[in-house]
Design a protein around this ligand. Structure first.
Ligand SMILES: NC(=O)c1ccc[n+]([C@@H]2O[C@H](COP(=O)([O-])OP(=O)(O)OC[C@H]3O[C@@H](n4cnc5c(N)ncnc54)[C@H](OP(=O)(O)O)[C@@H]3O)[C@@H](O)[C@H]2O)c1
Length: 321
């Protein structure tokens, strides 16, 4: 089978299209025939080797890509929840070979049935991004109906799912974003928008139960402002797990008996299927990805690194029928 492999860490050019053996699923795994693979910032971090913490777990050579949609091709001996041919989406095991490939193996528990009303291309861009929002808000943030949540970076890939999931839960959503994204945020359900470029959110939002940091910003002074708007016993959740809370943030949280959480995404079949239901019910709009061929993986990473692409990018391995 064909796969985009890296044999060393470095720039986009270290990714090469190679032939390799098709992987064989272990007892608790499925072999997925990949139709499309989403591309995420973490792919660039892995490829470049810039995170010592991630490198520690990884083994080269390896295949990049942790977000995919495809069909179940083979089942491990213990897997009962899927059948051959099922259309699925999910996050391949990490560490392990990823989804920029014709086939990928993954723990069956990390996949769910794909939303029926969308194709593989669109479904391939959902899992990692949407599960990041889901894990952060519901598993770590414990968001409940009627609560007020401030979403920092609401117009980004993760942020847009966060806004829609929070609304589907019945929360009141205050979103920070650039003003150009306000129409979009309104359309997907945000109740209030604050332009992070020209306004001071900490003077405008009042008190919130949860602050969700899904922006690309890594700045503990900004987090101090977020703690300022949290209620007593509130929760600050950041998905930027590579950037720890400093002592000042921890002390500020402590003074409010508030909690700070760094939330790494988790992939669970039941969450993927709840997300699929929301998509099928029209309660969550899916981000359309710009599609590239597998052989053009280098170009996609170059575009992202040069910041000359916006929105979601994905690789199409099999043309949709
Ligand atoms: N923990 C995990 O498992 C996990 C998984 C995936 C991603 N992540 C992290 O999640 C973050 C978001 O990822 P993504 O794919 O959604 O990225 P993205 O699409 O680039 O979104 C980032 C958003 O942050 C906004 N932003 C920049 N500065 C801001 C500020 N000062 N205040 C408010 N918003 C601001 C950007 O707005 P502009 O467009 O105006 O610049 C953009 O909309 C990244 O830091 C990524 O590393 C974590």
């Amino acid at each position: 089978m064909k796969a985009i492999r890296i044999g060393e860490y470095g720039g986009p050019e270290v990714m090469e299209l190679r032939e390799m053996d098709r992987p064989v699923p272990r007892a608790d795994e499925i072999l997925v025939k990949v139709y499309a693979s989403g591309i995420n910032p973490v792919d660039l971090v892995v490829r470049s080797g810039s995170s010592a913490a991630l490198n520690y777990d990884l083994t080269l050579p390896m295949t990049i890509g942790w977000e995919t949609a495809g069909t179940v091709e083979e089942l491990g001996s213990d897997v009962t929840e899927f059948q051959k041919g099922d259309a699925v989406y999910g996050v391949p095991s990490f560490p392990g070979d990823g989804s920029y490939a014709e086939y990928v193996v993954a723990k069956a528990s990390r996949f769910g049935l794909k939303p029926k009303n969308i194709g593989f291309n669109d479904a391939s861009g959902i899992p990692l991004v949407a599960l990041t929002a889901w894990t952060a808000m519901f598993e770590f943030g414990k968001l409940k109906e009627g609560q007020r949540i401030l979403i920092q970076g609401a117009a980004g890939n993760v942020g847009a799912y966060a806004v829609q999931f929070a609304k589907s839960k019945g929360a009141y959503v205050i979103a920070t974003a650039a003003a150009e994204s306000f129409d979009y945020l309104k359309e997907i359900g945000a109740d209030e928008m604050i332009d992070y470029k020209s306004r001071k959110f900490e003077e405008l939002v009042g008190v919130v139960d949860i602050v969700l940091e899904v922006s690309s910003v890594r700045d503990n002074d900004e987090r101090l402002k977020s703690v300022k708007v949290l209620r007593e016993n509130g929760i600050l959740v950041s998905v930027n797990t590579d950037f720890a809370f400093n002592d000042a943030v921890l002390r500020a949280l402590d003074r409010k008996n508030a909690t700070g959480e760094l939330a790494a995404n988790q992939s669970r079949k039941e969450w993927l299927e709840e997300i699929a239901e929301l998509v099928e019910a029209g309660k969550v709009k899916v981000l359309r990805a710009k599609m590239f061929a597998l052989k053009d993986a280098v170009e996609t990473h170059t575009l992202l690194e040069n910041k000359s692409a916006s929105g979601k990018l994905a690789l199409q391995i099999i043309e949709e029928y």
